[in-house]
Ligand binder design. Structure first.
Ligand code: CAA
Length: 257
């Protein structure tokens, strides 16, 4: 595919996808979703990519869904636009490999929802967060209502969505919406360091940890504990697990290959 909006760079087991439509502050239109789904179709079967990083070009991460595309939609089209975005974000959340949002600027509306579909978020000090859909007579359409409630608690979700307030990266850190704040110029470097640390871990246990956490928050403690025990046990049949524990006992670094 000839990508027009996504810039894709894959090296050293890390894929970096930059949303690049700076004239519209990287607003998400149908072409973005086509390109992202195409990229995910290519990525899913690959086993040489261990971490995906998503960032934005210019002063914005993503300033929301494309208002110019939505303005003339009717209810059926609006609903389809929402389902299409949700489906794409679910694919990101369910990717076996970790997905990190490196938030360089505005993460508003659908942009904040995209960031929340990632496994964790690292933000530049200059990033701004919010769900400003109320200003448009809308509500968040890409499942941000639920993800924001889960990440930050229902009070913060209601506050942010009902007030349409925009908050700073430090406030986003305080409420658990982001996990780390960096100087603007070191955002990508710091994100890549974390991505590299994850990529260097056992590729057997990283996807299992992600799956167990992701699935575990949607089931009760008993079911979650049984699930963890089963997945924990399965890892003991993996040579990488034996290697990891032996390496510790032999006081050396594990060789995952
Ligand atoms: N959709 C379409 N175009 C957008 C956009 C969006 N979400 N956000 C910004 N743009 C465009 C602007 O229209 C403008 O285009 P022109 O130069 O052609 O006029 C360009 O990007 C630059 O934007 P501004 O001039 O507004 O830049 P600014 O620095 O003055 O303000 C901003 C930045 C505060 C982010 C402001 O652009 C803004 O408020 N954007 C809209 C944010 C928003 O409401 N997002 C939610 C969208 S709805 C949604 O996402 C629903 C959902 O859940 C599915």
């Amino acid at each position: 595919m000839n990508y027009q909006i996504l810039k894709i760079n894959i090296s050293d087991r890390i894929a970096v996808v930059t949303v690049s439509r700076p004239a519209a502050l990287n607003a998400l239109n149908s072409d973005f979703f086509k390109e992202m789904n195409h990229f995910l179709d290519d990525l899913e079967p690959r086993d040489d990519v261990k971490v995906l990083v998503i960032t934005g070009e210019g002063k914005s991460f993503v300033a929301g869904a494309d208002i110019a595309e939505m303005v003339n939609m009717n209810s059926v089209e609006g609903s389809a636009f929402s389902v299409n975005g949700q489906h794409t974000f679910d694919r990101l959340e369910n990717l076996p490999i970790p997905v990190i949002a490196a938030i360089n600027g505005y993460a508003l509306g659908g942009g904040c929802e995209l960031a929340m579909a990632c496994d964790f978020r690292i933000a530049s000090k200059l990033a701004k967060f919010g769900q400003p859909e109320m200003n448009l007579g809308l509500i968040p359409g890409y499942a941000g209502t639920l993800r924001l409630s889960k990440l930050t608690g229902i009070g913060n979700a209601l506050y942010l969505i009902l007030s349409a307030d925009t908050i700073s990266a430090d406030d986003a850190l305080r409420i658990g919406l982001v996990q780390k704040v960096t100087e603007p110029e070191s955002l990508i470097e710091e994100t890549m360091k974390i991505a590299a640390r994850i990529a260097a871990n056992s590729s057997q246990s990283v996807p299992v940890a992600k799956m167990v956490i992701r699935k575990g928050v949607n089931i009760d403690l008993t079911e979650s504990s049984e699930f963890v025990a089963s997945e924990f046990g399965k890892l003991f049949d993996q040579p990488a697990t034996k290697e990891g524990m032996k390496a510790f006992l032999e006081k050396r670094k594990p060789n995952w290959k």
